[in-house]
Each structure stands twice: as C-alpha cells, then as structure tokens.
Ligand binder design. Structure first.
Ligand code: NAD
Length: 481
C-alpha cells in the first residue's frame, strides 16, 4: 500500500467533512497522469446540506447583518491569507490541471485582488436618490439576494471561483460553491482560509461532485437558492438556464468563446506577436477568451506568421511544477482526447498544420493551422486548446465581417497603431470585451460577459452588484401639502 493521498473535504457549515455516503473521487495530476488527491464524491444529499447551511447563515446569521465595514475587514484578512498561501494555492491548481506554476501564482494574485476589489466596491458604492417634486422622495437600496449557487469550470479553478464568490459575499449573500470535478482542491484551501480569516460558518460552503444527477444538478434545481452564477460550456449553460427557469431564479452564464484576433498592417509587430502568443497559448489555450481565430492583414501576413510560429516553437514546454515552464499538458485525458480529435479534422477539412501537433503524454503542442476554409470545424467550434487558425485578410470591413461570423460573442482583440481605426473597429466588433493592442487585462469595474453561445448577463463592478442584490425602490411621502 502506498501513502494515502491528501484529502480535501466538503466544507459545510464551517466543518470539513466527507460525503454523506462516504464516497470519494480522485484528482489526477495530468502531467504525471497519477492521482494526487482525494475529495468527496458528493451527491444530492450533500448539496442539500450545503444549501441548508447557507440558508441558515443567510436567514439567521450575522453575515448579511454585520454591515459593510465588518465584512470588508474579514474579506481583506482573507485576501491577505491568500497571498501568504500563494504557493499552496498555486500548487493545487498546478497539480489539478497542469497549469504552469508562474501562471497559477498569477491567478492567486488576481484572485486575492478579486476579493479585495469587491470588498472595497461594496463598501464605497453609493445607491441612488431620486428627488421628486411632488412631496415625495425616492431612493434605492441594494439588499443581498440570499443564497448563491456558484458553479465553476476547471480552466481557472481559483480565479473563476473568486470572480463569482467575492462579489456575492461582499454584498452580504451566502454561497455554495461547486468546483469542477477535475480541479477541486484550491477551493477547499481557499474556504479553509476564509474560516481562518473569521468568516462565520455556513457563509461559504464548498461541495464536490459531478454535474448531471449529482451536486451540480441539485444546486441548480433547488428552489432554496436565490441566484445561480455559472461558468462553463455553452451546452451546460443551456441545461442550467432551464433549471433556473424552473424556479424563476436569476442566472448569470459565462460560457464558451471563439475569440477573433485581428492584426492590421499598421500594428506594432513585436507587440502584436507577443500578445497573440499569450492570447492562444497561455494556460495551453484553455481560456474562454483565447484568440483562436487570428486574422492578419495580407501586407504583413508572411512576416507575422514567421515570427508567430518562431515564438510558438520557442515556448518552454515541460512540467508545470518546474519554475520557468511556460506551457505544459492539457487538463485531463478527456480534454486531451477532445483537442487531439480536432487535429484529426484539419486535413480532412482542407487545412494544414504548420507547427505543433501531439506532444508527450496529454500534451498538444502550440499548434498553428493555415489554409483552413471558414466552415472548417477548427474555425467554427470552440476547441479550448492551444490551437489557432490563421487567415490572411484584406479590408477593414471584410475582417470585421469575418470576426463577427460566429455564434460566440465574448471577446475580440485588435492590433493597430491607428487611433481612429482602433475606435472604429472596436465599435463594430461583436464582443463583450475588445482588447486593443493587448489581451487579458481587466478592470474589475468594467462589464464582463458575452451573448449568443457565450452567455447571458454581465458581471464586474456594479454589474455584479445588480446581479447579487435585490434592488429596491423606497418612496416616501415627505409633505402632506
Ligand atoms: P463544464 O460545463 O463541463 O463544467 C463546468 C461546471 O459545471 C463543472 O463544475 C461541472 O461539474 C458543472 N456541471 C456540468 N454539468 C452540469 C449540470 N448538468 N448541472 C449543473 N452543473 C453541471 O465546463 P468545463 O469543461 O469545466 O469548462 C470549460 C468551458 O468553460 C469552456 O467552454 C470555456 O469557454 C468556458 N469558460 C467560460 C468563461 C467565461 O467567462 N465566459 C471562463 C472560463 C471558462
């Protein structure tokens, strides 16, 4: 018998526990392809316990009633503990999904910033007053909505959780978080730190399990939750949307993407190459925002492509846990099979792989495809891997039409040194976020989200407040004249 694997339990009502029936599942390190941790394999009963704990903490507990300042202090203590535990949190994501350590550490820093930002935002955001000239006075309140279900994907385990949980908590809600089954461990470390920071029991609960017929389904079908915030695949989003509709529960869906990256001939080429590499190969392309359709103006097409391929081939591949690794494996065997399956379609659909292809183990190397017709599967479907399709383009109008020809409306990038063109094209691109001469930079006050197959609703700053609160109008009579 080998050593027992580390165990990361459900956290329900402030206590770390096994599943009700004692079942467990393993988290597999995709680089070693060996299990490295165990978590409960929860089910409906575990989800119900977590919802009941969150319900009690909301209906009777101090969290929604303690006021913004006290919550702010606890949330800031929590963020500080996250920074202190950066290596532990980053290693959990690196082992669960093969994310290179430097990127995982960056995610921890951004996650701590999510916690701090939303604590600050809730503390200082004013509500509105509506002075009336009829002897009345009206104002708005933003009261916490209640119990929030947060369901997260495996590509940014801690960051996606913090993006949803932080505003929900800052506005006084209580939460049940279900992390993705492939990446369950950082959420537990994070919830342990919340308790250490002084967050009352039941305010943040974590339940592990699967989606259908498991904790995921139970958390979205329960009439005892008041909000559902979900990030994941478009197909899952549709199922969750139906479940939410069954109870008329507001739902926020952040789903898939097929981001266009448009490089004009007047771009700063060094900058465009460097960001375009990040846009598709960061996190091995397992990013909803990935720039997976790259359109390069014909005048610079060959030069750009040469530099882009050279930069892709120069990436440091290897063990995610080793310092300096820039690119590693895909998150799971299932996902490796999906991404490598797309590579098999390239030539059949008329395209050509210029560089990349299969690597060691569950790795797909940084892969660049050319000559693919617009209706090829790799051009239309979300691959969610390190695979980019490059096309030459001519006019501004043509490239805008190509970029907008997708069911996914999440984000786009454009590279140009022409200021007027930057604003003009940014306005025409169908996207929830347009990055000009950069990628992945966020201002947490700005709206984030998409439409079409990319989702419903926006989160960020006041958009998160709108979602995680019940806005209320109070109208008072102030004069009897
Ligand atoms: P997924 O939909 O398979 O799973 C996401 C979560 O939903 C997991 O926790 C899973 O257990 C749960 N789930 C699955 N079926 C469920 C069901 N029937 N009911 C309730 N819960 C269920 O997604 P994934 O493969 O983990 O993540 C990758 C996807 O996430 C990609 O499509 C990517 O584009 C998307 N994503 C979007 C954003 C964004 O902000 N738009 C960010 C990151 C990832």
């Amino acid at each position: 018998m080998g050593d027992a694997l580390p165990f990361f339990g459900n956290i329900i009502d402030g206590v770390e526990v096994e599943a009700v029936d004692g079942a467990r599942m393993q988290s597999v390190d995709p680089y070693t392809r060996e299990p490295w941790a165990e978590v409960p394999l929860g089910g409906q009963a575990d989800a119900q316990l977590a919802i009941a704990a969150a319900r009690r903490a909301f209906d009777e507990g101090e969290w929604p009633r303690m006021g913004f300042e006290k919550r702010h202090a606890i949330l800031h203590r929590w963020a500080a503990l996250m920074i202190e535990h950066t290596d532990e949190l980053a290693m959990a994501d690196a082992r669960d999904m093969g994310k290179p350590l430097a990127q995982a550490r960056h995610d921890v820093a951004r996650s701590a910033w999510n916690v701090r930002f939303f604590a600050d935002h809730a503390l200082v955001t004013p509500a509105e007053t509506y002075p009336m000239d009829s002897g009345h006075h009206a104002y708005s309140r933003f009261d916490p909505a209640g119990v929030v279900t947060a369901i997260t994907p495996w590509n940014f385990p801690l960051m996606m959780a913090s993006w949803k949980v932080s505003p929900a908590l800052a506005w006084g809600n209580t939460v049940v978080l279900k992390p993705a089954e492939d990446t369950p461990t950082s959420a537990v470390i994070w919830a342990r730190l919340a308790l250490e920071a002084g967050m009352p029991a039941g305010v943040l609960n974590v339940v592990h399990g699967l989606g259908p017929d498991s904790t995921g389904q139970a958390l979205t079908e329960s009439p005892d939750v008041d909000r559902i915030t979900f990030t994941g695949e478009s197909g899952t989003g549709k199922i969750i949307s139906k479940a939410a509709a069954g109870n008329l529960i507001p739902v926020s869906l952040e789903l898939g993407g097929k981001g266009a990256n448009v490089v004009f001939a007047d771009a700063d080429l060094d900058n465009a190459v460097s960001w375009s590499i990040q846009a598709i190969f960061r996190n091995a392309g397992q990013v909803c925002l990935a720039g997976s359709r790259l359109y390069v103006q014909r005048e610079i097409y060959n030069e750009f492509l040469d530099r882009f391929v050279a930069a892709a081939e120069a990436m440091k591949l290897g063990d995610p846990k080793v310092e300096g690794t820039e690119f590693s494996v895909l998150a799971s065997k299932e996902h490796f099979d999906k991404v490598s399956g797309y590579l098999d379609t390239v030539e059949l659909d008329g395209g050509k792989i210029l560089t990349g292809g299969l690597g060691e183990g569950w790795q797909v190397r940084p892969t660049v495809i050319v000559n693919a017709p617009a209706d090829a599967r790799v051009c239309r479907e979300e691959i969610f891997g390190p695979v980019v399709v490059v096309h030459p383009s001519d006019t501004e109008d043509e490239v805008v039409a190509l970029a907008n020809d997708t069911r996914y409306v999440l984000n786009a990038m454009l590279f140009t040194e022409n200021l007027s063109r930057a604003h003009r094209v940014a306005a025409k691109l169908k996207a929830g976020t347009v990055w000009v001469n950069c990628f992945f930079i966020r201002d947490l006050r700005a709206p984030f989200g998409g439409v079409g197959d990319s989702g419903v609703g926006r989160e960020g700053g006041s958009f998160s407040r709108e979602f995680f609160t019940e806005p209320k109008a109070v109208v008072m009579q102030i004069s009897k004249d």
